[in-house]
Design a protein around this ligand. Sequence first.
Ligand code: PLP
Length: 381
Amino acid sequence: MSRERLNKRVRELKPSGIRRFFELIIGRDDVISLGVGEPDFPVPWRIREEMIYSLEKGITSYTSNYGLLELREAIAEYYRRFEVDVSEENVLITTGVSEGIDLALRAVVNPGDTVIVPEPVYVSYSPLAYLTGAGVVTVSTCPGFKITYEDLVKYKDRNVKVLMLNYPNNPTGVSYTRKELEELADAVLELDCLVISDEIYAELSYSFKHVSIASLNGMEDRTIILNGFSKGFAMTGMRVGYAIAPDDILEGMVKIHQYSMLCAPVTAQVGALEALRNGEDELEMMRAEYIRRRNFFIRRLREMFDVVMPDGAFYAFPDVSSTGLSGMEFAERLLMEKNVAVVPGDAFGECGANHVRCAYAVSMEKLRLAVDRMKEFVESL
Ligand code: PLP
């Protein structure tokens, strides 16, 4: 074929900075990895049992495009704890939050629209927004990692269609209080745009109770909430998440989902239902352990670096510039010299270049060892 075979925007996509770095440690058992954004707990046993039992009963067919009705009802009920009052008709079960991000963007963005992505942030937002034909505007939130009203209203004349928000945030762990979200909601109203609100770490909020921006005045009709089971319930490989959206947007998302995915995996949907019905104790146990690790880890990191206290999730994002190294140099040398893997901060946006992301989703024992080695490394510089 003489023409370019790949789509122009696909050609322009850069490989994920996380993936590139992790190819270096595949098969190396000697490395302590604080790199992977994945719970180190197994899927709670009662959830696994429910999935196994469903297979024994032969529940293996497609579900409705929207997902299992009982699960959608349970999610609508569950989100009332975050003061979002919706019915199951506004819930779509997706193949992880990853699919939800893609669907939400494709359902609402026209080529030429602007999508605002505050950085540092989860790696998929800008590439997926870019593939819709959008103009992607990344806005630095360094050093405090929170976007503000003033940051946003500057883009009033830029045909902004979507603001991407993620709180608690990957990679920084910071989240927004109700008051901060109220200010963001004012900006959203001024920009007259929509919000894609990725709340995948909502259950892992430690500093204060999670507030959904959709619960604020005037925001329910402008917000697409995304959440899932990968983080809170440690179900990463099950691939199940959900979107809660206003009627017209949910219908748009289903239009795509019915052709591209048909439905989320049924076994995972059964497990998700069990998680919501009976998983609270396990969730509480994991949350308590993350808090214990966070408090220990941040205290030790602060002996070496400036680090913002994470409000939730399981990440710390220290600024390593006091060592004279960039985040990339620090991560490479820490791996080579001390066998500890962290992710260079620029994987999450340029403004993260002086940082590294460390996931404390490992046992206390490994965390202690990793931070001791990090300290030896810093002292050797
Ligand atoms: N959104 C954020 C902020 C994440 O950190 C991740 C995974 O790391 C995802 C979405 C993807 O989640 P899922 O496993 O539900 O596709």
